[in-house]
Design a protein around this ligand. Structure first.
Ligand SMILES: *[C@@H]1O[C@H](CO)[C@@H](O)[C@H](O)[C@H]1NC(C)=O
Ligand SMILES: *[C@@H]1O[C@H](CO)[C@@H](O)[C@H](O)[C@H]1NC(C)=O
Ligand SMILES: *[C@@H]1O[C@H](CO)[C@@H](O)[C@H](O)[C@H]1NC(C)=O
Ligand SMILES: *[C@@H]1O[C@H](CO)[C@@H](O)[C@H](O)[C@H]1NC(C)=O
Ligand SMILES: *[C@@H]1O[C@H](CO)[C@@H](O)[C@H](O)[C@H]1NC(C)=O
Ligand SMILES: *[C@@H]1O[C@H](CO)[C@@H](O)[C@H](O)[C@H]1NC(C)=O
Length: 928
């Protein structure tokens, strides 16, 4: 039975209240999916979906996550797929519309056999007045949506006469070429961390809407919350009142003399303020109005770790000339200002020792803060397969990992509202980007017009979320793309630069600035900031730099693992938005997607799932390309850790996996500590977002969280390095100079004591470690320190003896301070522990730590090191059990004991899995 929604409540946010308006949600309909033209497959289907999901559900294809499916399922990608349904009985209405919130990507839409439209942008919302077709239709009203093959169409567009071309190497190629010509999720064509399914389908909800003669239907809406006088990219005056600018995007009859009314409510829907909106403007597509809210009427929204996440509801109605409600929208909002500040370094900052140049930092409610986090990629190759519950689990892990910001990497898809909703609640800032990356893009009028529609829709759709932190034009465009061009095609550079600016500045910047005053814009994720800007243009600095000045954010990858712990190879900038190295996912994750015969390090399937090819290489070019990524992991593991050489092949595989995870963890921690120390250095470094938060398939990748939510060692290690107050070693292996720093990202001073203990691997104290052979190095205990807000302090410095294979330094601190936005009289204790080893663990004189494991009360394991120091103690829960350990990948000194609790998220029925948990430490790598 068709279900019409009268005055229906729609999503989280909106109520349509006119009586003649009817909305039919097409996800309620029965759909079929057919491979158009071949007509050999015809199956029941549903929406929102893509062909792969429906084919899997119907048993036509196996699980796309298994084995080599992304190669064997390319026939799916090669075909046209048609989604078809019969519309319900339509009533007499003055107009009938089709509304699509997302079609992926190339479609030809027919209703009752008549062509309605063709579409070519996955990220746009489309709506069509189909009244004439419906009126003329005899019998059932059939809707069919024929999706063309995106890789084939991309190739055809690239081959059109007069089409733009770029020198080899500018588009970073993955499995299918020419992604830059089409507006579809760019990683659908493959990426170095993901498969290439290039799915097709009705990937977002779709509706039939019927309107009476004076009805309107709200298809999108925007709320902008900003301080009076605020302008994008500039820190606002925090003493000003709030402005709420609200607008509805509609289709239907343009209302005459429309008015707007609003109610501002607290989180339990209690009214805080209400009244008429002023300055109401009506156009043929939008009604806009505004009001002001006194500053003291509302509480501020803060990111996680920096204060509370206060949320409010704003309901706003559009009224006609007789005060009847035409439309009503409710959105959850927050009061905060967030600015990505790239203003010049001020005299005041210079006086504090900040290097000249410009800022590149975020300010929340007028406070600069340290951004701690990672990069988010699309969490599944098929977006319709992602649910709010899955995002909630993932974001819970991010917040538990002490992260307050995610960079939502461009070249995926614009984030669904539910993702922002979860982030609003958890205080996770989402740096958002337009979906462009690692290529340059056409700049012809048709392409730019298409992009403008996509950008305006998405900017307006998500602007009310307090977690929205930034709009960036795309990924690595200035730092990589323009730099490559300058090198390989210097004579054509000005033309390409003009095209870059036509898209990323002249087109996208006004899409942001005309629709919001509360969000900053930067054309490229990594860059050197702006020199000046106005409402339509921005003069970027590019590489017009003055020596000694520091400008932008940084992006750092170096696959020469010999340099991994050499801090002089790290970039010096104001903010680090990407850095990383790949590692292997766990054995349990591999078991879920590989046949048992493939459970070894360099099995064919694993090699083919490694997409970290040499520049310009693809699998199709040369199978040998797969050795680059595999080789780098192997070399790093061999160089820095004891090489596993176990007789049981699966145990050997497990320990190789573990060694790659130890390296990844140690390398990222080394960088995070170094970037964070930069908060107290001339670069005044204020952010570290590593690459990448999570996986979308099981493969060698840069992720810290595997597909089922399992944390790699990296996520545990980053959680520790993102604590508010940390103690960290900095060692120059050439000079032997060791320095120990304490770093704090609190907003008030913090005091405490640090404790340094030298020992050997058996856990016996050592006292003479320096190079002057002068006897004992005492006075290492109870070193007092005080650190200013967002700052760092050196507490220890010594030149070490060159031969210290059997020497370790345990560093710990305990301190008291105040959390940001907490009452100053409430002191919070902070503790942190870290370990330093002057020689690589591959040559260290490891001893058997005598690890003892006891199962305690429910979900608790007690781990003890009875004979020596245990490095990187690791607990591995079995496949199918989901959850997170309270700590993992930690060190234990001799006699040290910890109770580790498993926060179970499912799959562990009855607790029998506890007996299957495996526990080991680095020493076990060297045992047979
Ligand atoms: C879909 O098909 C089922 C089974 O044939 C039927 O019971 C149901 O009424 C149909 N739904 C709609 C909306 O047509
Ligand atoms: C969708 O995700 C679930 C797990 O969340 C997985 O079992 C299923 O195979 C996925 N579907 C497809 C088509 O990949
Ligand atoms: C029919 O299927 C073949 C192989 O699966 C494919 O190459 C071809 O493009 C398909 N034809 C159409 C019209 O989609
Ligand atoms: C496949 O889709 C493309 C693009 O929409 C279209 O031009 C073509 O006619 C379609 N082919 C078939 C057999 O439907
Ligand atoms: C309505 O338009 C006027 C004139 O263009 C403008 O001053 C006013 O700010 C607009 N109102 C809103 C809410 O944008
Ligand atoms: C609409 O409401 C406003 C405010 O309550 C009132 O002043 C006005 O007279 C009303 N207009 C009509 C046509 O009822």
């Amino acid at each position: 039975m068709a279900r019409w929604l009268f005055s229906a409540l729609f999503g989280l946010s909106f109520v349509a209240s006119s009586t003649s308006l009817k909305i039919y949600d097409l996800s309620e309909a029965n759909w079929t999916l057919t491979n158009t033209g071949n007509d050999t497959i015809s199956i029941p289907a549903h929406i929102p979906s893509v062909a792969h999901i429906d084919l899997h559900a119907a048993g036509v294809i196996g699980d796309p996550s298994f084995g080599l499916s992304d190669f064997t399922l390319r026939w799916v990608t090669d075909q046209n797929w048609t989604y078809a349904t019969t519309l319900p009985q339509l009533s007499n209405a003055s107009s009938t519309w089709l509304l699509f919130n997302g079609l992926d990507t190339f479609t030809s839409i027919e209703l009752c056999g008549d062509h309605v439209a063709s579409t070519n942008n996955q990220f746009r919302q489309y709506w069509f007045d189909v009244s004439n077709i419906v009126d003329a239709c005899k019998g059932d009203v059939e809707l069919s949506i024929n999706f063309g093959s995106a890789p084939n169409i991309a190739n055809a567009i690239a081959a059109e006469p007069g089409q733009e071309t770029w020198p080899y190497g500018v588009e970073i190629p993955f499995e299918f070429p020419n992604r830059q010509f089409i507006r579809k999720e760019q990683n659908d064509f493959g990426w170095d961390w993901g498969p290439a399914f290039a799915p097709a389908g009705v990937w977002q909800p779709a509706f039939v809407v019927q309107l009476g003669s004076s009805d309107i239907h709200v298809r999108n809406s925007v709320v902008d919350v900003f301080r009076e006088g605020q302008y994008n990219n500039l820190p606002p005056d925090q003493s000003q009142d709030w402005v709420l600018n609200a607008s509805v995007d509609y289709f239907g009859a343009q209302p005459k003399d429309a008015k707007m009314r609003y109610i501002l409510m607290d989180s339990s829907h209690g009214t805080i303020a209400e009244g008429r909106m002023t300055s109401v403007n009506t156009t043929s597509s939008a009604v806009t109005g505004l009001t002001t809210v006194p500053s003291d009427l509302v509480e501020l929204w803060w990111p996680s770790g920096l204060g509370k996440q206060s949320l409010y509801y704003l309901r706003f109605d559009v009224l006609d000339s007789s005060n009847a409600t035409l439309a009503s929208v409710e959105k959850r909002i927050g009061f905060r200002t967030i600015v990505c500040d790239m203003t010049p370094i001020s005299e005041e900052q210079l006086a504090l020792g900040v290097a000249p140049g410009n800022n590149w930092k975020f300010e929340i409610n007028g406070h600069e803060f340290y951004a701690k986090g990672s990069n988010f990629i699309p969490p599944d190759p098929f977006w319709p397969n992602v649910t709010e519950a899955r995002i909630r689990k993932l974001f819970t892990s991010a917040v538990e990992g002490n992260q307050n910001m995610l960079r939502v990497w461009s070249s995926g898809a614009y984030s669904p509202d539910y993702m922002f909703d979860v982030a609003d609640e958890m205080g996770l800032l989402l740096w958002s980007e337009f979906e462009f990356g690692d290529a340059l893009y056409p700049a012809n009028r048709e392409f730019l017009d298409n992009v403008r529609e996509e950008a305006v829709y998405n900017v307006r759709r998500v602007n009310h979320h307090p977690s929205l932190a930034l709009w960036a034009g795309g990924n690595e465009l200035e730092s990589l793309e323009l730099e490559t061009l300058k090198r390989v095609a210097p004579e054509e550079y000005p033309r390409y630069l003009a095209e870059f600016e036509a898209l990323f500045i002249s087109t996208l910047l006004p899409c942001v600035f005309e629709n919001t005053k509360s969000i900053s814009y930067t054309p490229s994720s990594t860059g050197n900031g702006w020199i000046s800007f106005n409402s339509t243009f921005m003069v970027e600095r590019y590489d017009n730099k003055t020596a000694g000045s520091i400008y932008g954010d940084t992006d750092y990858y170096n696959y020469n693992s010999a340099l991994a712990f050499n801090t002089s190879s790290y970039p010096i900038g104001r903010f680090s938005n990407e850095f990383g190295y790949h590692s292997m996912p766990s054995l349990p994750s591999w078991r879920a997607v590989l046949p048992a015969s493939d459970l070894h390090f360099n099995s064919t399937t694993i090699q083919l799932r490694n997409r970290h090819y040499p520049p310009g290489g693809t699998f199709t070019d040369n199978f040998a390309n797969t050795t680059k990524g595999m080789g780098e992991m192997t070399l790093a593991a061999q160089r820095w850790y004891p090489v596993p050489n176990k007789t049981d092949p699966v145990a050997n595989f497990t320990h190789w996996i573990y060694a790659t995870q130890c390296f990844q963890n140690e390398f990222y921690r080394s960088q995070i500590q170094w970037y964070r120390r930069g908060s107290g250095m001339p670069e005044r470094q204020l952010g570290s977002l590593y690459w990448q938060l999570e996986d979308q398939w099981t493969a060698p990748t840069w992720a810290g969280i595997e597909t089922d939510g399992r944390w790699k060692m990296l996520h545990y290690g980053a959680k520790d390095a993102y604590e508010h107050v940390i103690i960290s070693p900095f060692y120059d292996a050439e000079t032997g100079l060791l320095e120990v720093y304490v770093t704090s990202d609190l907003w008030s001073p913090v005091s405490g004591t640090a404790n340094l203990t030298w020992m050997d691997w058996s856990g016996d104290r050592k006292t003479d470690v320096d190079s002057d052979d002068s006897g004992a190095d005492l006075d290492l205990e109870n070193i007092p320190f005080t650190i200013g807000p967002l700052n760092t302090t050196k507490i220890y410095s010594r030149t070490l003896h060159p031969a210290l294979e059997n020497t370790l330094l345990k560093m710990s601190l305990s301190a008291q301070g105040t959390l940001p936005n907490a009452d100053l009289t409430i002191l919070t204790p902070f503790t942190h522990e870290n370990w330093f080893h002057p020689t690589p663990l591959s040559v260290a004189a490891l001893v058997d730590p005598g690890l003892r494991v006891r199962i305690g009360s429910r979900n608790t394991f007690i781990i003890e090191a009875t004979r020596g120091v245990a490095a990187y103690v690791w607990l591995e829960h079995p496949q199918g059990v989901r959850g997170v350990w309270s700590q993992n990948g930690f060190w234990l000194e001799r006699g040290g004991r910890r109770a580790i609790v498993f926060r179970e998220e499912g799959g562990g029925v009855g607790g029998e899995w506890m007996g299957e948990v495996k526990v080991w430490s680095l020493w076990d790598n060297g045992t047979p």
